[in-house]
Design a protein around this ligand. Sequence first.
Ligand code: SF4
Ligand code: SF4
Length: 451
Amino acid sequence: MGLFSKGIKLPKKRLGTATFDLIETVLPKRAVLPLKQYIGEPAQPTVKAGDKVKTGQLIANGDRDNALPLYATISGKVVAITEHLDHKGTTVPAIIIEADGTDTWIKSPTEEENLSSLAPLEILERIHKAGLITKGLLPVPLVRDLVPVDQPKTHLYLTGTRVVKKIDTLLITALDPEPSLRANRYLASIHNEELSYGITALKLITGAERTLFVVDKNSPPCPQLHDMVAADEEETTGITSIDGRRFPVGLSVPLLKATLGREVPIPYGHPRDVGVAIYDIDTVVSIGTSVHRKIPQVDSLITVGGGALSKEGIARIRIGTPIGELIESLGGFRENPAKIILGGPMMGMAQYDLAIPITKDIPGLFALRRDEIQLTEGYRECINCGLCVKVCPVNLVPGMLSMYCARDRFEMAEQQGLFSCIECGCCDYVCPARRPLVHFFRHAKNQLLEG
Ligand code: SF4
Ligand code: SF4
């Protein structure tokens, strides 16, 4: 961890209960499926209101790269194709399906054992067809993020020098974006046959010669990962453990610094610029499933937590489940929540409508009690204490940035590195003036992106 010393060490209270229990949930009565759950173009519906659909059936087409196909996540009847609110507060077109309660699948999955005979483009095609996206701040179709070994991308460094970088390392992380989220650490602790298919697929696509697992030293043991390291006679697979409680070490930019000592160029750099393909275990397992069994993504593994929820743990739920239905299926609220968040408590977004659906880019749902939240009402002027600078993992000056944003001087904020901000919330967390810094930054980015 000596390579990454910024960020913050979260107190136990902010980590939530460290349960890794898998909770049973029931199928939703309705699924709300936005045509776009990533940055890109929306998929085009292939069904209309009144059509009956089966689970796994294609309901909207998406071209390669900019749009992804969309599949029914429950069987039932399409009741509407209409505008619906998403977790970012925007209205998006969505297909709404009412369940018939049978969960009838369109077809049984096929299995293909020998992936090594597949060409990288065939593997990419299967990943695209499964509708997989990247994790993180700006989710994109996963195929846009993957660089085939025979088609390396050219990248522009800030110095103006164009370079083509070969991927030398496949870094697979068992850390979660925030310590309160636990899906990756849970997946790393159990055996999952799709994981090795996912790794094979990624190595074939990227040409990476070395694989490095990163695990959290505070989490349950990961026997499958250790077995894979031991079984690799060529010794190209390794494992390293770090302290996942130092937030935000689970995010790719700080994680690369913490594990390999490589710095991603900011603001517009990518891990591939330093020769690394980095994916979390959940994504690698999904890749394995899509390539090995050719089934689309219809569900998602998310963390559910917070003192106001009756049950906490990890839940596999169908994409499109409205959050109200998910909460009901968890036994409802233990007490009235002070705040409901989609994402994690540090980086997630507060929600005000229980009809919002869980989409592919949402890693968690938290219903927090009053004593679990930090209120930011009545913030004060910056007192230049410098605490935010000390913790910022990407070396920004958040206090100054926030002043530009608060005065609508967005271009100045951009010049000072606004788009390098990974919205981790560390600056918010330490600010004694309670300035809602991430809120300022998100607003400024939106203003600049919308032109
Ligand atoms: S400025 Fe952005 S990256 Fe830096 S601490 Fe604040 S939220 Fe995190
Ligand atoms: S922590 Fe808050 S008060 Fe201190 S410099 Fe940063 S923005 Fe200003």
